[in-house]
Design a protein. Structure first.
Lengths: 305, 471
């Protein structure tokens, strides 16, 4: 990897707009994904995640704005871009006449590089029968096969659109922690994962950075660690009812007698200092999970104590 | 439920009705006959689409999960189908259809309806794809026709097309088949399983586990040949149509003694084959990949979409030319249909056949690039083709002399010029189809802009034909 490559973002979205008739599916979205990162792309159903991904993959043309993959326009440098990425869609399908083996051969024939050892290991791990017809695979098995076809070429960029929705919890955990983790660790600093998912908690340990979108617009973009630092839940218990406490910027999740439970967004130190001034019996603080941050961002009133 | 069934079948019915009504327009005779011939496939398509639309839209599991008895669902579906078929049958009274003039013609009205009601739904449920259901139900009718002819001629000798024994054999065999189809259709639906989610298993000649491919080692092949193989696999139904064409040809070529003129019949079969085969080939090409759900990742394989499209178009053109030009003439060469008078049907002249086939192929491929299943592409392509022909008839003035400056050119040179202009239009349409194939954008604005461009191109072709004096 050259110094130039190391500086070039794997994904660069600049003020992307994509309209369907009168609806703006994506409305002025901008983000940059540095190489080697695992980037979460979160949003509710219909927020514009899949549309953004399709624009990235040149399956949809932006109405305005631009997208670049590895610094290249995916439309002008179609083959160069496609050679360096792999994609797992939300709805996976294969040619019904092909077997698992035939499907893998088909994909491998288009690729310069194919890790056959990894293929064998993943087939064993997922217990996929190479002689099974693709049309007879279950939804989860099709997803597993799609993941193998995406990972074995060892692409620089893995784009996953709801990749684990059809997997059972055991395979899902194994896939996320072992397969995706091992994939990135195979060439750290170079292999990038861009994942759109609702199962945010499953990817908790892998996500380095994320963007939350709503109605096609960016609502929040943060490093995962910075987000955990910023969004915190604070619990305080006092010897006696402290009465009204002025806690600007904090949202009281629960107040029952002597107990307070609060959520803060970026002003934890100030809130903690104010609570400490009332000499609490107990004062704890913990970071919100990414899923809680997602809910707190899009629907603060839904965050439970 | 009833409203949903009407909404699902009405577009197909409307397309078929428009095609039938087109026979009343002032169109060239081969087009009018082709449009009249729509009646039989229209019935079969409606019958197949009754259950087929559930497979196309992936709604069969949801349908079966509804708190409604399967018997009731089955009866509602057949009831709506019967109403629409009756309405289609009623249209035959207002179009110049050849029904009723002959004993065989009297079967054309009711038998396709019975076949559509009982055979097509059953075969669609078995194959789980409406195109196969429609094709096999028509094929079954064709087999009965050919077998009855052979039995009649074998038993009593050739007595003309009005052979009462043959007519009775066709009628009763079809009725027996429809009765079997009714029973089996219900049994199949009653025991229907939809493992594997949305679309269920698709029709595939070899769906069992293939032990020969259960090897552990990777085998790399040429990506281009893999694409060629994939395109041919997508065209499975086309090969069924080819077999049907060969069967019908042999029926007409061998069924009658040599002294009977078979030229007209065989030429008509060949002409219908040109239109039907090329429409099917194009219709399946892009839309079926979308229907299978494989198009996105196929386009994302590291080969340019334009190159993939070039391989696709090359395979389709070769297959279409084989089906519409090579196959008919090999058949004529191997089994001459007696006193061949193919000149009566100028359409089956190899060069003209190739041009017509390419126009039909391009039209259906363009439509296929816009819709989500092969069946939809097929039932949309025909009216699009009829609309294009009607448009050329409206803006052109046949029989007029061309411009003086071109009169010095001989006919062949002027024809070459016209074919070149038409070829440029077809290439332009294929480029638009590539644009549609590679994107998920199906906005009306985009489609209307393309339609306007194609219409302008068509006007240029008609104008060229006019100034060359070839209209």
């Amino acid at each position: 990897m050259t110094a130039m490559d190391a500086q070039t973002p794997a994904i660069e979205i600049d003020n992307l707009v994509r309209r369907y008739a009168r609806t703006d599916a994506v409305n002025g979205l901008s983000l940059r994904v540095a190489p080697g990162r695992c980037y979460g792309f979160f949003g509710r159903n219909g927020a514009g995640k899949t549309t953004t991904i399709k624009c990235l993959l040149n399956l949809l043309r932006p109405s305005s704005g631009g997208v670049k993959v590895f610094g290249m326009d995916p439309r002008r440098h179609e083959v160069e871009v496609k050679s360096r990425l792999a994609y797992v869609p939300d709805a996976v399908a294969f040619y019904p006449w092909m077997t698992v083996r035939g499907t893998l051969d088909y994909f491998a024939s288009f690729r310069r590089h194919w890790n056959t050892e990894m293929e064998r290991a993943l087939l064993d791990r997922f217990r996929l029968d190479p002689g099974q017809k693709a049309s007879h695979l279950s939804k989860g098995q099709r997803t597993q096969l799609a993941l193998i076809t995406a990972i074995c070429p060892e692409p620089e960029l893995l784009i996953l659109d709801e990749p684990t929705s059809g997997l059972d919890p055991i395979v899902r955990r194994e896939f996320i922690q072992t397969v995706i983790g091992a994939y990135q660790e195979g060439d750290p600093g170079r292999r990038t994962v861009f994942v759109s998912t609702h199962l945010i908690s499953e990817f908790e340990g892998l996500i380095d950075q994320f963007t939350i979108i709503e109605h096609g617009r960016e609502v929040l973009s943060l490093e995962a660690d910075a987000a955990r630092e910023r969004f915190q839940k604070i619990y305080a218990r006092f010897a006696a009812d402290p009465g009204a406490i002025d806690l600007p910027g904090a949202r009281v999740l629960r107040q029952r007698g002597r107990e307070y439970e609060l959520m803060v967004n970026g002003n934890a130190e100030d809130v903690v200092a104010r609570l400490e001034a009332r000499s609490p019996e107990a004062l704890t603080r913990e970071s919100l999970s990414l899923e809680e941050i997602f809910v707190a961002t899009l629907q603060p009133q839904a965050v439970s104590a | 439920m009833i409203e949903k069934e009407f909404r699902a079948l009405l577009p197909v019915w409307a397309v078929c009705a428009v095609a039938l009504l087109a026979t009343a327009l002032d169109l060239p005779m081969p087009i009018r006959i082709a449009a009249a011939g729509v009646y039989i496939p229209a019935c079969a398509t409606l019958g197949a689409y009754t259950f087929g639309h559930e497979y196309v839209h992936g709604t069969m599991p949801v349908l079966l999960a509804q708190p409604m008895a399967r018997r009731r669902i089955f009866l509602v579906k057949l009831g709506v189908l019967a109403l629409l078929l009756a309405a289609l049958r009623a249209l035959l009274f207002v179009v110049p259809f050849p029904e009723g003039h002959t004993a065989l013609g009297s079967l054309i009205g009711p038998l396709p309806i019975l076949s559509a009601l009982f055979l097509a739904p059953w075969l669609t449920l078995v194959t789980r794809t409406p195109l196969a259901g429609a094709m096999f139900s028509m094929g079954l009718g064709g087999i009965v026709l050919v077998a009855s002819e052979w039995l009649a001629v074998g038993g009593y000798g050739f007595t003309g097309v009005e052979d009462p024994f043959k007519i009775a054999l066709i009628r009763w065999t079809m009725l027996a088949l429809c009765a079997i189809g009714a029973v089996m259709g219900w049994r199949t639906f009653d025991r229907l399983e939809t493992a594997g989610g949305g679309g269920g298993a698709r029709w595939d000649a070899s769906t069992r586990r293939d032990a020969s491919l259960a090897r552990a080692t990777l085998v790399r092949r040429s990506p281009v040949w893999l694409l060629v193989g994939k395109e041919l696999r997508l065209q499975q139904i086309t090969f069924v149509v080819a077999a049907m064409f060969v069967g019908f040809y042999l029926y007409f070529a061998l069924g009658h003694p040599p002294e009977v003129d078979r030229g007209d019949a065989t030429a008509m079969i060949a002409a219908i084959n040109i239109v039907v085969s090329s429409l099917i080939v194009g219709s399946l090409a892009s839309a079926e990949e979308r229907n299978l759900g494989t198009l996105d990742w196929q386009l994302l394989l590291p080969m340019s979409a334009a190159r993939q499209w070039a391989v696709k178009v090359t395979v389709l053109v070769a297959l279409t030319l084989f089906m519409t030009v090579v196959l008919p003439f090999v058949l004529v060469w191997l089994v001459p249909p007696g006193p061949v008078r193919l000149d009566r049907w100028s359409l089956v002249n190899p060069a003209k056949a190739a041009v017509v086939a390419m126009v039909c192929l391009t039209t259906s491929l363009y439509v296929s690039s816009l819709v989500s299943s092969g069946v939809r592409a097929l039932i949309t392509a025909l009216p699009v083709l009829l609309a294009a022909i009607t448009f050329t008839r409206l803006i052109g003035t046949p029989g007029q002399r061309g411009l003086e400056m071109f009169s010095a050119l001989d006919l062949a040179t002027r024809a070459d010029v016209l074919v070149s202009v038409l070829g440029a239009l077809l290439i332009g349409v294929l480029c638009l189809a590539l644009g549609n194939h590679r994107t998920v954008d199906r906005s009306w604005r985009r489609v209307l802009a393309q339609a306007a461009a194609i219409t302008a191109g068509l006007a240029v072709v008609v104008g060229t034909a006019q100034v060359l004096g070839l209209l």
